[in-house]
Design a protein around this ligand. Sequence first.
Ligand code: ZN
Ligand code: ZN
Length: 385
Amino acid sequence: MARDYYGTLGVSRGATDQEIKRAYRKLARELHPDVNPDEEDRFKEVTTAYEVLSDPEKRRVVDAGGDPLAGPGAGGFGGDPFGSGGLGDIFQTFFGGGGGGGFGGGRGPRGRVRPGEAALVGVTLDLDEIAEGARKEITVDTAVLCDSCTGSGTRGDSKPVTCGTCKGAGEIQAVQRSFLGQVMTVRECPECRGAGETIPDPCLKCGGDGRVRSRRTLTVKIPAGVQEGMRVRLTGQGEVGPGGGPAGDLYVEVSEASDDVFVRDADDLHCTVRVPMVDAALGTEIEVPTVLGSVATVTVAPGTQPGAVVKVRGHGMPHLNTGMRGDLHAHLDVVVPRRLDAIQTELLTGLREAIDDDVELVSATSKSAGSGGLFSKLRNAFAGR
Ligand SMILES: [Zn+2]
Ligand SMILES: [Zn+2]
């Protein structure tokens, strides 16, 4: 029996090309997988029906009572596993058609032994550990192979038997009437949950699942230069699958503990250095211990202004792939003495007379370096500096 392409689109046999196109567009909008993922199969049927009826040659075959997509090699409705005809007009399955690990869309029993899921654990490293790379112990709580039945799920010498509910098919079929004609639905067998077989005498330790939960400690090697949120994959260290199926992978996600001194920005490090007013004026050098045991020499040039940033190349974090180190950015905070003794006051008073600078009211729009105007300061503040 040929498929009812007219019924699928909900148009009459005498419909014009315009009417067919309009009906298809309306249904496609409703059923598009982006809008309605559950209706993906109907979307495919509707699209197929439109492809047939919008092609004059194919439509002639349909009008003559045939099916242009039937016969050997015809694509049709994605290789109807129940054979064309028999159950009627439209084939529908509620499960995703392959991929995505879903129920196999009427492809028979999927078996008890299935691959395991991936697992995810987190690990926190401090800046020094990230700089050097580290070996960290992690504790994972996952499904492992049941050692009592070695994954078979059966007790002693007993064997699994064919499921009585689905007769081994792993799925239950039902025919429903709808406005589109007869619709066949397929759902997973509730008895064997799609496996097609059941275990009458299950292993006492795992209850027939072939796996048990267990806590393990593993050592994971974290490469130098990793960034927050990156994941290291340990192949086959995830969950063992149902029925003792192959284990999924284990992902270890890196978190970076905040550091007391340094703020990391990719491969660069930032720190704040307090510089006494006189050192900023006269210039000096400051040694800053950074990661990997290195000491960066921060050169404070004579006449350094508050907020100046000195970049020291090669004293940042190592890059994940190349190992090349980023830079250190020292943000200089010029400090004015809070209290002066008599001698210091005398010296500074002398300095004031020698320099003879005026106190100045700055124009709000001033762009001069150091004593930048209010607007540019606010702008910089908004820019995050
Ligand atoms: Zn079953
Ligand atoms: Zn067992």
